[in-house]
Design a protein around this ligand. Sequence first.
Ligand code: ADP
Ligand code: MG
Length: 238
Amino acid sequence: MIRLSNLYFRYREGEFSLRIPDLAVERGETVAVIGPSGSGKTTLLHLVAGIAVPLAGRVVMNDVEVTQLGDGARRDFRISNIGLVFQEFELLEYLSVLDNILLPYRINPSLRLDPIVRDRAVDLAHLVDIKDKLGRLANQLSHGEKQRVAVCRALLPEPSLLMADEPTGNLDPTNKGRVLDILFEYAEKNNTTMLTVTHDHDLLSRFDRVIDFKDFHELAGGDTASPELPLDHAKEAR
Ligand code: ADP
Ligand code: MG
């Protein structure tokens, strides 16, 4: 489903670099990504989504080599196949909540906005309890409300890969459980692969697997001859 191989990435500015010899995530797997702030968790999500482009190596998703696509094709592929809840949400502040949720359909010609999609958008808003705010501008929402709008927007195109960057980071316990339930329910129902960055260690047992960036960096800095990453902490944590 997702395979990263011999990947090397560096930002144009600064010292940070990331080396991923081999990382595979199967269809339907739910994976938590943990690690200290600044260790590259968001960068990993952006590499998988094709927002960041590696200097070397390959990203393959659903049998498509994303790293071979041009900028436009990569963007269309992402919007059609990947739902991403950004760490900073990336809502368009001067659009309404509904228009923010519908955004993937407005910017990608391969997605057709019809009444069924609109109904689905309203249903999603209902599910995360923001239906009464559909007409409100995004810049008039609380942090937690913005986060839930971002979740609806990510789910609307029914992506085969769902990625969320600290999706529960700013939520109270009730909404935290609710947002996570929605993500997991969606993933289970659609056999969706899910990659979620989280700092909530008490949530890890819900995932099939945990990728810990701490181990990853030790490995990357040491014996890079070993192709497999020691990623499997979830079962020990249970
Ligand atoms: P995390 O999500 O684990 O907190 P990030 O992936 O956001 O970490 O960032 C990893 C490192 O890359 C950090 O040191 C950060 O400062 C750096 N970084 C992030 N974005 C950029 C950028 N656009 N240009 C240069 N450096 C960046
Ligand atoms: Mg981050």
